[in-house]
Design a protein around this ligand. Structure first.
Ligand SMILES: NC(=O)c1ccc[n+]([C@@H]2O[C@H](COP(=O)([O-])OP(=O)(O)OC[C@H]3O[C@@H](n4cnc5c(N)ncnc54)[C@H](O)[C@@H]3O)[C@@H](O)[C@H]2O)c1
Length: 200
């Protein structure tokens, strides 16, 4: 049986590219996304590019019952967690929305994962957790501190994951801290929303 991966936020920019890479690597994929910053068209395009329908569930990571149903229906090897809000300026204007979505949503996801004994997680953090770096280049051990609620929400989740890992060694938890990715799929069919509308 192929390993099955739940991709939260899999209809988004990085998520769609990741779905294709996972498929090419031989994984089965289930996408879970509330479409707050994406559309079904992205899922249609991923399906077309991989040559088979992708399993898509419209849902919110803060909705424990919806997530529970997903975990009841699938046996996951792990989760790649992209679902989140990511606009720094908006996070300053709406901090509660960002903490609710990014932090509470992740806690809900982790609780469901624990219940179903799915303990492999890649968390889409951000290089923003390094704040204003004291020196360059930044390496993985550079001090973390944040300058806005978006970054703080990512750093808070990182602390939660660190505490979880200490509490139970059976968790495999990896935060990915990347800078701003750019570019499109070579087919020209997948890119950031703005670029997709330009291609059409
Ligand atoms: N793009 C970047 O430059 C960048 C850099 C570093 C980290 N990140 C992080 O990587 C992740 C993906 O980024 P992206 O650029 O693909 O963003 P994106 O907005 O294109 O994708 C995020 C997806 O998550 C979904 N989503 C948001 N809240 C949700 C919720 N509560 N429940 C279910 N789905 C939800 C959105 O609908 C969207 O499809 C984000 O967590 C972001 O913070 C992005």
């Amino acid at each position: 049986m192929k390993n099955k991966i739940l991709v939260t936020g899999g209809a988004g920019y990085i998520g769609t590219h990741t779905c294709i890479a996972l498929h090419e690597a031989g994984y089965e994929i289930v996408v879970y996304d509330n479409l707050s910053n994406s559309s079904r068209e992205a899922i249609n395009r991923v399906s077309a590019l991989i040559g088979q329908p992708i399993e898509f569930i419209e849902g919110d990571i803060r909705d424990a019952e919806s997530l529970r149903q997903v975990f009841l229906s699938h046996q996951f090897f792990g989760v790649i967690h992209f679902a989140g809000l990511k606009a720094v300026g908006e996070s300053v204007a709406k901090p509660l929305l960002y903490y609710n979505n990014n932090v509470s949503g992740t806690i809900t996801l982790l609780e469901i994962m624990a219940k179903f004994n799915v303990k492999n997680l890649v968390f889409s953090s951000s290089a923003t957790v390094y704040g204003d770096p004291e020196s360059l280049p930044i390496d993985e051990n550079s001090p973390r501190s944040c300058t806005n609620p978006y970054g703080q929400s990512k750093l808070t989740v990182e602390h939660i994951l660190e505490d979880l890992a200490v509490s139970d060694y059976s968790w495999n938890l990896i935060p990915l801290r990347y800078f701003n990715p750019v570019g499109a799929h070579p087919s020209g069919r997948l890119a950031k929303t703005l670029m997709i509308s330009q291609i059409i």
